[in-house]
Design a protein around this ligand. Structure first.
Ligand code: LRH
Ligand code: MN
Length: 404
């Protein structure tokens, strides 16, 4: 490991061991749906060996954990991952060194939900949506998960299609019924998205709406930030700072995009944006912000043209790089520059950390964890991808992904 980082940290009284410990304890949850075939409305390409069942998705996730050492949990999506024996699933995950993480309800694929679910004008449809959330809460309890991660596709496509205020009131009433069913200690994370599949109004379009709903519901309700769900030019790092200050930042769905909700590999297009997000989190952590310690870091991507397991390893790698660079920010120098109104001085403090090649540090963290320093080489050497491509010949996709 380059002593250059070690020396500069030492000068600032930071022991390399504390940075490496922070890296090793920073866990990232991978999504079951990221291992199955997925695509766009134009085409879902089948990837040889792509996972087809929850057990295959867990087996693939275990490979990512084996070479990164920081992915001990897998988010599931219901009904894409619906099973009839959750105890058996829990034990199988455990046998792979994994646990089931966030449970994601799905209120966007049944015909009944064409015009919405929890905010639908028909009480029977709202009841159906609420019943699905209650079912997901029971599944979460069965697998010892403490997070329900809710995204709602619903909204309107034309002005006048529905009363936007009444939709909001119906949505809140439905969420209040769901919130009342949450057992102690379980969190409801409310994800927002500014458009798609609704193209005029989306019932949960932005962080402010999700925050208001969470604050109206109670302390077990928080906001989930999907990094692909903002209009171009949005300062996501500022949204993160505001949610941390409100102590309602529940978690992330990391991915990247150039245009819309492209669900590409996190940090592959906007690595500096990801760094700025982690800079806000580390800054709040250093200042003792209570919320910063309970953020659920999760990936939400679909790998349409690239190898899915390697793509997940690359995503974890990119996220670790952004987090580690944020750890290297000289906070004392930053504060001083800010207090002196040294605009560019403060910027260069961040730039110094961002321009630091932290990959040797990450390799060292893996080595000290008893892992191969290079997760890509380790996965390649495992021969796992070739093996499952041989074994999983029958294309019986259960990914649930539209068109898969
Ligand atoms: C919606 C979303 C949501 C998931 C889905 C797979 O765009 O981000 O989090 O349920 O992707
Ligand atoms: Mn998402």
């Amino acid at each position: 490991m380059s002593s250059e980082i070690e020396n500069s940290l030492q000068e600032r009284g930071i022991a390399i061991a504390s940075v490496i410990a922070a890296i090793q304890h920073f866990t990232i949850e991978t999504p079951s749906w990221g291992y199955g075939d997925s695509g766009t409305r134009f085409k879902v390409f089948h990837w040889p060996g792509a996972a087809r069942t929850l057990r295959e998705k867990l087996a693939d996730a275990a490979q990512v954990n084996a070479v990164t050492g920081v992915c001990p949990s897998v988010a599931i999506h219901i009904p894409w991952d619906l099973e009839d024996d959750w105890q058996a699933v829990k034990e199988y995950a455990h046998s792979l060194g994994l646990r089931i993480g966030a449970v994601n309800p799905n209120l966007f694929q049944e015909d009944a939900y064409r015009l919405g679910s929890l905010s639908h004008i028909n009480k029977s449809v709202r009841r159906r949506g609420i019943a699905h959330l209650i079912e997901c809460i029971k599944i979460a309890q069965a697998v010892d998960s403490d997070i329900i991660s809710l995204w709602l596709a619903e909204g309107t496509n034309y002005p006048g299609q529905d009363s936007l205020r009444q939709r909001r009131q119906r949505l809140l009433a439905s969420l209040q019924e769901i919130y009342a069913a949450l057992p102690t200690g379980m969190r409801l994370l409310i994800e927002y998205k500014f458009f798609e599949p609704a193209f005029y109004s989306t019932d949960l379009p932005d962080w402010g709406t999700s925050l208001q709903m969470a604050q109206k519901l109670g302390t077990q309700a928080e906001v989930l930030v999907d990094t692909g769900h903002h209009p171009q030019g949005t300062n996501i790092a500022q949204i993160v700072a505001q949610l941390l200050d409100e102590e309602r930042l529940g978690g992330f769905h990391f991915n990247d995009r150039k245009y819309a909700d492209d669900d590409l590999i996190a940090g592959s297009l906007n690595p500096f944006e990801l760094f700025c997000i982690f800079n806000e989190i580390v800054d709040a952590t250093v200042e003792g912000n209570a919320n910063a310690g309970r953020i659920a870091y999760m990936i939400d991507q679909s790998h349409n043209i690239e190898p899915k397991i390697e793509a997940m390893i690359q995503s974890v790698y990119n996220i670790q790089i952004a987090y580690t660079k944020a750890l290297l920010v000289d906070r004392a120098a930053l504060r001083q520059a800010q207090e002196e109104n040294s605009v560019l001085g403060a910027y260069r403090v961040l730039q110094a950390a961002y321009e630091t090649d932290v990959r040797p540090l990450l390799d060292e963290a893996r080595t000290r964890q008893g892992l191969h320093p290079d997760p890509f080489a380790a996965f390649e050497a495992s021969g796992y991808a070739g093996r499952v491509a041989q074994e999983r010949t029958e294309i019986v996709s259960a990914s649930g992904y539209p068109g898969a």
